[in-house]
Design a protein around this ligand. Structure first.
Ligand code: PMP
Length: 311
């Protein structure tokens, strides 16, 4: 995949190589930054790119900034406008795009520095891999998900991601695709950067939002789609041993979309093949992301629409 031409940095679109942060900033020294990963989906029929649930991502970005006591809150309107400008500047069309919108503490000094705040955005093409069709393997991690009263996953703070990295690096070293983290109570929490569902006797089940997880936007999309499909999910605590009892399992998240899990700790999930409910849900999820059937237009914001209208 080619490197994009441009990045957004400090109020300007600049060449990719100029997207740098000083080593003495709180952002660099302490990971004092918050972010949203967002996806844009290409709709070939309409020749349009749709940002998926941008408004919800921007609301969460505001929450994360407030949570970190930022001196200034960069607004949803500004971040959305600049994201669209950057995708257009990079001329991304005909492929899905993955966007990172990060607001960071650009000030120098110690732990109490909370400004000035700057915005950085990247937008890169991100085609799907075969794993999303074939399914993946997961390892129950020996690393514990950080508890809410230590480093809450509910806020999308860059420094939080060291926890998921440790689990990922261990899983990959042990020859798994990724990890499932348990929380401090020994209950199933989530994956390093995605939420977790399993299916038992036709009923989808997912850890509730007090399980030390991110309040994922994809999770809420999936909950709504499952309800519309006539198979509503149960949100509750999930025991580790239920991973063995599951007929189906999948991860969900902006980056992971709906990714089937076919084995956990080297034991097949159900038949060891992608489950039927997971498959049906995945199709429905792709449909609403791309806008193929037109369902849930409120979840899609066009990137090129205004440009076409003004052309
Ligand atoms: N959990 C964690 C820890 C994450 O980083 C992400 C990715 N943002 C998710 C879950 C999925 O959240 P979302 O569906 O909002 O992308």
């Amino acid at each position: 995949m080619a490197t994009p031409k441009y990045v957004f940095m400090d109020d300007r679109i600049v060449p990719w190589n100029e997207g740098t942060v000083h080593v003495d900033t709180a952002a660099f020294k302490f990971g004092s930054a918050v972010f949203e990963g967002v996806r844009g989906y290409w709709n070939a029929d309409e020749q349009e790119m749709y940002l998926f649930r941008m408004a919800e991502h921007m609301n969460r970005l505001v929450f994360s900034q407030r949570f970190m006591r930022y001196d200034e809150i960069i607004t949803p309107e500004y971040v959305t406008e600049k994201t669209i400008e950057l995708i257009r500047a990079n001329g991304i069309q005909g492929e899905n795009v993955h966007i990172m919108t990060t607001t960071y503490v650009a000030g120098h000094g110690g732990q109490n520095v909370t400004g000035p705040i700057k915005l950085a955005i990247t937008a890169q093409e991100r085609p799907r891999t075969a794993k999303i069709t074939d399914g993946i393997s997961a390892q129950v991690s020996s690393w514990m998900r950080v508890p809410d009263n230590a480093m809450p996953m509910r806020a999308k703070v860059n420094a939080n991601y060291q926890n998921g990295r440790l689990a990922t690096l261990q899983a990959v070293a042990d020859d798994y695709d990724t990890a499932i983290l348990l929380n401090s109570r020994g209950k199933v929490a989530e994956g390093p950067g995605m939420c977790f569902f399993l299916v038992r006797d036709g009923v989808p089940i997912t850890p509730h939002t007090s399980s030390d997880i991110l309040e994922s936007i994809t999770r809420s999309t999936v909950l709504q789609l499952l309800e519309e499909m006539g198979t509503p999910a149960v949100e509750r605590e999930v025991d580790r041993s239920e991973l063995v009892a599951a007929d189906e399992a999948f991860f969900c998240g902006t980056a992971w979309e709906v990714t089937p899990i076919t084995s956990i700790d080297k034991l097949a999930v159900g038949t060891g093949k992608v489950g039927p409910l997971t498959k049906k849900l995945q199709e429905r999820y792709f449909d609403v992301c791309h806008g193929t059937s037109g369902a849930h237009p409120e979840w899609r914001a066009p990137v090129y629409g205004a440009a076409k209208a003004n052309a």
